[in-house]
Design a binder for this molecule. Structure first.
Ligand code: CP
Ligand code: NVA
Length: 309
């Protein structure tokens, strides 16, 4: 078995390991208090290390947060748009992984098929990090757990209500349920639920997951109301807008949740579709803290991958 420390999916780790990454993330965040944004951390453990970031899909947060995180830790990053690489002209993923392993210290990949990420990891001698595939988005889940806990304390035992499309983000929330101990309610149209195998696999590992097709019932007493874009990158619209309209996060849904409930969204958001402007721009929304925490959570992940701590 490979001893390279890849970060591919939440389900690959036990709760203690994920917790250790978040603890490191919080510690690294704390030492930056008062530092200018561009300043390196007081210690630069990734001095001389380079992260190659491959994008086959668009990105704002992921691209900037990994770059900034690497710089703060003393390292550097190279952004590679797949269309400009030989990968985009038919060079294999395996050869790309072998070549980059001779040149850089870690590879981050944002792609379509999850199999491509696995292929990259299977052929790389350096850590590969999942920066979103059609199937999952584990870095975002880590930032989201960190953000909720900064605002409201331990997420264990809390009720997380997911509204809308059963997509890559939903899968990472499903996989995180057993690792972090929150209770997950899925309020998705039946046609757009995540595959039953994903839900069953998580339940077999102890996840508490309820499927609640009625949005109002799902919001009742919830601690977190969370949603995502109706159309993920690469999706075809089809009938999705009609199917998803009843799952829009509105103030009326927020009013059914606990008084201290928060609204979360990985961004980018589409006001008037998955969430109303009133909610995402309202006082219970913590979406920009989530975005900032992508830097800190990923520094915890990079430390685990590259420094073993
Ligand atoms: N949330 C997120 O991953 O954002 P980007 O697509 O901008 O990277
Ligand atoms: N589900 C969205 C997340 C974007 C960060 C997508 O895949 O486009």
């Amino acid at each position: 078995m490979s001893t390279v420390r890849h970060f591919l999916d939440i389900r690959d780790f036990d709760g203690a390991t994920l917790r250790a990454m978040l603890k490191r993330a919080s510690a690294l965040k704390a030492v930056r208090a008062g530092l200018p944004r561009g300043a390196p951390d007081p210690e630069h453990p990734l001095n001389g290390q380079i992260l190659a970031m491959i994008f086959e899909k668009s990105s704002t947060r992921t691209r900037v947060s990994f770059d900034v995180g690497m710089r703060q830790l003393g390292g550097e990053s190279i952004v590679l748009n797949a269309a400009d690489m030989q990968l985009g002209r038919g060079e294999t993923v395996a050869d790309t992984a072998r070549v980059l392993s001779r040149m850089v210290d870690a590879i981050m990949l944002r792609t379509f098929e999850h199999a491509k990420l696995k292929d990259m990891a299977a052929h790389a001698d350096v850590p590969v990090i999942n920066a979103l595939t059609d199937d999952s988005h584990p870095c975002q889940l880590m930032a989201d757990v960190m953000t909720y806990e900064e605002h409201r304390g331990p997420i264990e035992g809390r009720i997380v209500a997911w509204f809308g499309d059963g997509n890559n983000m939903t899968t990472s929330w499903i996989e995180g349920a057993s690792r972090f101990g929150y209770r997950l309610r899925l309020a998705c149209p039946p046609e757009l639920l995540p595959a039953p195998a994903i839900i069953e696999a998580a339940r077999a590992e102890g996840a508490q997951i309820e499927i609640v097709h009625d949005a109002a019932a799902a919001a009742e007493g919830a601690d977190i109301l969370i949603t995502d874009t109706w159309l993920s990158m690469g999706d075809e619209a089809g009938d999705k807008h009609n199917l998803l309209k009843p799952y829009q996060v509105t103030q009326a849904l927020m009013d059914r949740a606990r008084e201290d409930a928060v609204f979360m969204h990985c961004l980018p958001a589409h006001r008037g579709e998955e969430v109303t402007a009133e909610v995402i721009d309202g006082p219970r929304s913590i979406v920009f803290d989530e975005a900032e925490n992508r830097i800190h959570a990923q520094k915890g992940i990079l430390s685990w991958c590259l420094l073993g701590r």
